[in-house]
Design a binder for this molecule. Structure first.
Ligand code: ADP
Ligand code: MG
Length: 393
């Protein structure tokens, strides 16, 4: 078993003096392509990664929920029937618990609401090997691990898509971060060797074999260690610009604007809004193109789409930072077939599609470029598509 599994179990025993009833886990994710398209009802192509967040959990009889994490010093405990009153939707203020605790407690609240069920009290101990705030969705991982645990312990019977919605509702309404559904769907539905082609309007999914290893390739994650925060600033502004753009175009969401409509859009809105719109519209098309190219030609042929996606995020959506651009440029200069920042932006990680035997060469080049620029050393590691959330023990 993994370190996170052992850490969560040990923390549970330390906190409660008993063994957990079970252990559940959910992965982080890398988004191969399709950034900021999810909340525009568009397309994304993420895959789950081997890094997981683990929830060791057990029922208790007093109607209270206690959460603790190896990442946070203090456990947080509240009565189940007081959960709703803690969160911004109800109070209009920030969560009345430490922010990290709003993730698992928000999941308990949203899951109880979704299944119209008053579950029993529960203790939950969290361990994780997903880097936090690195754009690899530690948030969806903690939501998915908690949701899987409570779904089983409370016998709520929700399917994976419903559990993804529970996680998103917790993040939107309990934490107050206006994120889309991509991360939770990737964490719940991941499969080894495949990416998840998700239509964020219908929530229809198709597994798309990536075949990275078969093609003699590897995916290198380049975590810049610049942390981002979704609940503040740029993310919300980008979202608002997209809504403004859709309203000006007279459509429910930017999903409904095609690349051919862009010349008309350019005359209808200010330059900044137009560039936000152009990113989303062209990014949707790049996701569709990537799925087609993967199926017809394989992973070796998608590099240019990754590069175009990064340029669009850097220049039109303006969510990159110098560290991300440096990682992408250094990887490409060292021979990567394609590279792009991944996740919401303003920090976090980039990915590079590289020859399997070039991991050391590209890693050394990226590290050297960071040192030259005076940036803190990046965290570099390869990932393969991995399984989604579930019960471990
Ligand atoms: P990302 O999802 O890219 O890692 P987010 O800002 O969306 O970044 O989510 C990170 C936040 O999620 C953390 O600041 C913390 O509040 C919460 N979180 C994630 N993992 C854990 C964990 N293992 N224990 C406690 N809180 C966590
Ligand atoms: Mg997140």
């Amino acid at each position: 078993m993994t370190t996170a599994h052992d850490a969560a179990t040990a923390l549970f025993i330390e906190l409660t003096g008993r063994e957990p009833d079970g252990v559940w886990s959910a992965p982080g994710r890398v988004n191969l392509i399709g950034e900021h398209t999810d909340y525009n009802d568009g397309f994304v192509l993420p895959f789950a990664i081997p890094h997981r967040t683990v929830a060791a959990a057990g029922l208790r009889t007093d109607g209270r929920v206690q959460v603790c994490s190896t990442f946070a010093p203090e456990p947080v405990e509240v009565a189940l029937d007081e959960l709703g009153a803690l969160f911004p939707t109800v109070t209009g203020a920030g969560p009345a618990v430490p922010e990290w605790a709003a993730y698992p407690l928000g999941v308990a609240w949203a899951l109880a609401e979704a299944s119209s069920l008053i579950g029993g009290g529960v203790d939950i101990a969290i361990g994780s090997d997903v880097p936090i705030g690195a754009g690899l969705s530690s948030s969806a991982a903690i939501e998915g691990a908690t949701a899987s645990a409570l779904n089983d312990l409370w016998r709520a019977g929700l399917d994976r898509t419903a559990l993804a919605r529970v996680g998103r509702r917790a993040e939107n309404e309990a934490v107050g971060a206006p994120t889309g559904i991509m991360d939770q769907m990737a964490s719940m539905l991941g499969e080894p060797d495949a990416a998840i082609f998700l239509d964020c309007r219908t929530l229809d999914t198709q597994l798309v074999p990536l075949g990275v290893a078969e093609a003699g390739l590897a995916i290198l994650v380049m975590d810049t260690r610049v942390t981002h925060a979704h609940s503040t600033g740029g993310y919300s502004e980008r979202r608002a610009a997209c809504e403004r753009g859709a309203a000006i175009m007279g459509v429910p969401a930017l999903r409904d604007v095609s690349v051919a409509d862009l010349s008309r859009a350019a005359h209808l809105m200010d330059d900044v809004t137009f560039r936000r719109v152009r990113h989303v519209v062209t990014e949707d098309q790049r996701v569709l193109d990537t799925v087609r190219v993967l199926r017809e030609q394989g992973a070796r042929a998608i590099g240019d789409l990754l590069v175009a996606s990064h340029a669009s995020m850097r220049d039109d959506f303006e969510i990159s930072v110098p560290e991300l651009d440096t990682a992408v440029e250094a990887a490409l200069a060292a021979g990567a077939l394609g590279a792009r920042m991944t996740g919401g932006g303003f920090g976090g990680a980039a990915i590079a599609l590289i020859e399997a035997d070039a991991v050391e060469v590209v890693s050394a080049a990226v590290s050297a470029a960071f040192a030259d620029a005076g940036f803190a050393a990046p965290h570099l590691f390869t990932v393969v598509p991995a399984a989604g959330a579930g019960r471990d023990a």
